[in-house]
Design a protein around this ligand. Structure first.
Ligand code: HPA
Length: 267
């Protein structure tokens, strides 16, 4: 597996001379950030050896290299989800490739259902912890070249990046929520009792991504900053649909993009 990751990274490196500092994974409806990048190179996932191909509407499949907030970034426009039928290892393959390309930090975003009763549609939630209910991508032989067999998960979300977000939000009067993200397989949205259950175990938002990538990043000791855009209120009883999630995500994308750019400027 490590060789496969190395090979893919090597092929990308041979295409152009660019060492990204920060990797960014964009969630459903959050592609608006791309228009702010000074794009230097784009590669479609289908042209990257060993990359899975994104199948979900609203998820474009390309790796974008460029400058954002004065930093060299590699952006995943579209990610892979466990519910699409990929293995947990395939879902996190791009994160490992980005690490070998040189990234020193990973920023992750997602659209998710709010289960904290204080959250409203459109809120931005800084993820401060997670509960992973998706099969763990580290199951199987450990890739010793990337990290240890039993990685610590007590300090997954980088405190200094969270603090920067807090400072920027207060400076720019941007409302931020903070909380615990529950990662589930999907593809069903939750029943009312499931939303209640996730709330009872300490969750503030719930979605179908992020925890596999974050676990993989932590395995490689990459500092992570992650954010949920709240696209529906689970406990309200109002049905969530893929379309409503995309629409609400797009509306909030501007504020999330602003925050990401300002954090990038400050690291
Ligand atoms: N549940 C799971 N995933 C989601 C939700 C939700 O309510 N909203 C957006 N993604």
């Amino acid at each position: 597996m490590f060789e496969k990751i190395q090979n893919t990274a090597l092929i990308i490196k041979e295409l152009f001379d660019f060492t990204p500092e920060v990797g960014i994974i964009l969630g459903t409806g959050l592609g608006g950030l791309v228009s702010e990048i000074d794009i230097l190179h784009t590669i479609d996932y289908k042209d990257i050896p060993n990359f899975p191909i994104s199948t979900v509407e609203g998820h474009k499949g390309a790796l974008i290299f460029g400058l954002l907030g004065g930093k060299r970034v590699v952006v995943m426009q579209g990610r892979f989800h466990y519910y699409e039928g990929y293995t947990a290892q395939q879902v996190v393959f791009p994160v490992r490739v980005m690490k070998l390309l040189g990234i020193k930090r990973l920023f992750v975003s997602n659209a998710s259902g709010g289960i904290n009763p204080n959250f409203k549609v459109g809120d931005l939630m800084v993820i401060t912890d997670h509960i992973n209910l998706i099969p763990n991508p580290l199951i199987g032989a450990n890739i010793d070249e990337l990290g240890v067999r039993f990685p610590d998960m007590s300090n997954v979300y980088d405190l200094s990046l969270i603090e920067k977000a807090r400072e920027i939000a207060s400076r720019d009067s941007l409302k931020l929520q903070y909380g615990c993200y529950v990662g589930v397989t999907g593809p069903t949205f939750e029943t009312q009792k499931e939303y209640r259950y996730f709330s009872a175990i300490g969750g503030d938002s719930v979605g179908m991504s992020t925890t596999p990538e974050v676990i993989t990043a932590r395995h490689m000791l990459l500092p992570v900053f992650a954010m949920s855009v709240i696209t529906d209120e689970g406990l309200s009883g109002v049905e969530a649909t893929h379309e409503s999630v995309q629409i609400e995500g797009a509306k909030a994308a501007k504020r999330m993009t602003h925050l990401f750019i300002e954090i990038l400027k400050n690291i």
